[in-house]
Design a protein. Structure first.
Lengths: 389, 255
């Protein structure tokens, strides 16, 4: 069977299928076989080859005016397909300068050419389900052990720093305090105010059915001081500062700055993590109080629209919220602060190599931090209930 | 180990898990020497340096810095050893949030009781020694790669260590900056008597400064040559060593 097809256009590859049978495919090529023009013929030629599986494949390249690396790759691909099924392939009349390129690329070693990443990895280690499960489990245990070891060291160093404050670099603390605290003031105020408004509004709708709207301040006050204030402030600090700690320390790790600290005899936990811990411990209660304050203002606005005076609002708050509620919230905040700083710094210092690893550490710091905060909040609920607070 | 030898590595095996990087590593370095560890990519040069500065634990063998083992040292002994050495990492590893002066002052602030003005004086002098006059208050991101490496050398030598480890000091530098850095290293070795242990594969720099070299090989997983670089280039028994040391040094164009 003989077929003739020609494609003409700017930068195009012209081809002429002289013969296509299961004995022989012969294609006459002309024009440019470049990285752009080869796209139009690549799949066609391969399909043709697959369809006829010819004993011999001949490319007549006498009329080729230009051929680049991609064009040569097409020829090599066709050649490999032929040779893999013990059939013949030849290129005729390829101009000398392109023939040199063809020789260089076709002489490259290709005997072990894995198709994808999985195959490349499988060249290094055998793929085995049981081994994979084993490796994953050991990895999990290692990571858990590293986590526990870090938290142990973190707590120990924090305790030593409280006993001997001079061992820490306090000079860095104001800068970190500024990043954790004042820079977060506007968003904490906004969130607190909106939470106060939404909560009191929703509560008022339900309480109106029982004629109990006067108790809206009691609900808002208690919820903000005991639960929402500490938790929401802590979640916000995790998102803003926990992630920043992980990213900053992670970048220092991949830039070998952490190694440099080790070789100077400086402990990264003392030098990098402790200033962040104390900055967070200092600022979490402040941000908590700010959130409670603005939440109560939001509640007051809604309460006022229900027809009550501000004096009644304050009176109701005074009767409902005890000092222990506020102190309980403050204690929670400090514990949450330890969680945020330790998780952020731990993931930062455990960063492996590459920019992707920094992103991963940051995500883990936020996700694990928030999960741990919620778990701790649940524990606090049980403890406070048991203590009758 | 004689008193002249300031560093000794004996029967060292380096491994990550089950994968052995290199084994049976034995060599020693005399005080004041400029000693270069060379070899092709992936042969374990930087890993060997990480072992010598205590960042990695050897699988087997021992490393003595200033006559003390860094492998078996207690926490306090290790702190003492680390103050006798300085390290310049490949990328400089300067602290990005601190100015050059603050970077160089840091070891003085942490390990001495010097008053603040003395710390400033010493740190400024070190920066001037490496030719960074006028850049004291710049941040690392505001200076070139060559300046960052020089600042990192200033920080590494601020406590006047006995041994300076440099990881690929010439990598990524233009030939002039690289030659200036080589000159600085030779001057510091001659004037201050600092021992340099340098990881490098920049041949021009190696011929210019090295008193002695060892060559690691990825396939052999050990040291395949030790001696003066010019001698090894012409007389090494091992063909791989001669080929490595002769490669492209004449500056001929490849046709």
């Amino acid at each position: 069977m003989e077929a003739t097809e020609t494609e003409i256009g700017p930068d195009s590859c012209q081809y002429n299928i002289i013969e296509s049978t299961d004995k022989l495919i012969k294609i006459q090529l002309g024009g440019e076989l470049s990285v752009h023009s080869s796209a139009s013929v690549w799949q066609k030629f391969l399909d043709l080859q697959k369809q006829y599986q010819p004993e011999q494949f001949i490319i007549d390249a006498n009329d080729i005016q230009y051929c680049d690396g991609a064009g040569v790759s097409l020829l090599i691909e066709l050649r490999e397909q032929q040779l893999n099924s013990n059939k013949q392939f030849s290129v005729l009349g390829l101009p000398q300068q392109f023939a040199d390129l063809y020789k260089i690329i076709s002489d490259l070693p290709t005997n072990t050419k894995p198709q994808n990443r999985e195959e490349q990895i499988s060249l290094i280690e055998e793929d085995n389900l049981i081994e994979n499960v084993g490796h994953a489990s050991l990895g999990f245990i290692d990571s858990l052990r590293e986590g526990i070891a870090f938290l142990g060291e973190f707590t120990y160093q924090a305790w030593l720093t409280i006993l001997k404050p001079r061992r820490m670099r306090w000079r860095d603390v104001p800068r970190i305090i500024e990043e954790v605290g004042p820079n977060a003031f506007p968003i904490i105020a906004l969130m607190g105010f909106l939470i106060g408004i939404v909560m009191s509004f929703e509560a008022a709708i339900q309480m109106e059915n029982f004629g109990a709207t006067i108790y809206v301040p009691n609900l808002v006050g208690l919820a903000l001081t005991r639960e929402l204030g500490p938790l929401m402030a802590a979640i916000l600090i995790t998102g803003r500062s926990g992630s920043a700690f992980a990213a900053e320390l992670g970048t220092m790790k991949i830039n070998q700055e952490v190694d440099a600290l080790h070789t100077m005899g400086l402990d990264p936990v003392i030098f990098l993590a402790m200033p962040r811990l104390f900055a967070v411990l200092f600022m979490t209660p402040v941000l908590y109080l700010e959130m409670v304050f603005f939440g109560l203002i939001g509640g007051a606005v809604v309460f006022h629209t229900l027809g009550y005076s501000f004096a009644i609002y304050i009176n109701q708050l005074d009767s409902a919220v005890r000092m222990t509620d506020l102190l309980g919230g403050l204690v929670k905040c400090e514990v949450f602060g330890i969680v945020i700083a330790s998780i952020g710094c731990m993931h930062g210092l455990r960063t492996r190599k590459g920019a992707r690893s920094v992103g991963l550490s940051t995500t883990q710091a936020v996700v694990n931090g928030i999960i741990l905060l919620i778990v701790m909040d649940g524990l606090f609920a049980i403890i406070y209930y048991a203590l009758g607070i | 180990m004689s008193t002249k030898e300031i560093l000794q590595v004996s029967d060292l095996t380096m491994a990550y898990g089950d994968i052995i990087i290199a084994e049976n590593i034995n060599f020693s370095v005399k005080k004041g020497e400029i000693f270069v560890i060379l070899g092709g990519s992936g042969c374990g040069k930087s890993t060997l340096m990480r072992h010598m500065i205590g960042l990695e634990k050897p699988q087997l063998g021992d490393i003595f810095l200033c006559h003390q083992s860094i492998v078996t040292a207690s926490y306090d002994e290790r702190l003492g050893i680390l103050q006798d050495i300085g390290v310049m990492f490949q990328g400089g590893a300067l602290f990005g949030s601190m100015s050059l002066l603050e970077n160089v002052s840091l070891p003085l602030e942490e390990f001495t009781d010097l008053p603040n003005n003395a710390i400033q004086r010493i740190a400024t002098d070190k920066l001037h020694m490496v030719g960074l006059q006028g850049a004291e208050h710049l941040l690392p991101a505001e200076i070139s790669g060559g300046m960052q490496k020089r600042a990192a050398i200033a920080r590494a030598m601020v406590l006047d260590p006995q041994i300076l480890f440099l990881d690929e000091p010439s990598a990524g530098l233009d030939p002039i900056t690289s030659a200036e850095l080589d000159k600085l290293i030779v001057n510091l070795a001659n004037i201050l008597g600092i021992t340099f242990i340098i990881v490098s594969h920049e041949l021009a720099s190696i011929y210019a400064i090295a008193d002695r070299v060892i060559m690691l090989d990825k396939a052999a997983k050990t040291i395949i040559a030790e001696g003066k670089p010019h001698y090894l280039r012409d007389n090494a028994d091992d063909d791989r060593v001669r080929r490595f040391l002769q490669q492209g040094v004449a500056g001929e164009r490849i046709h």
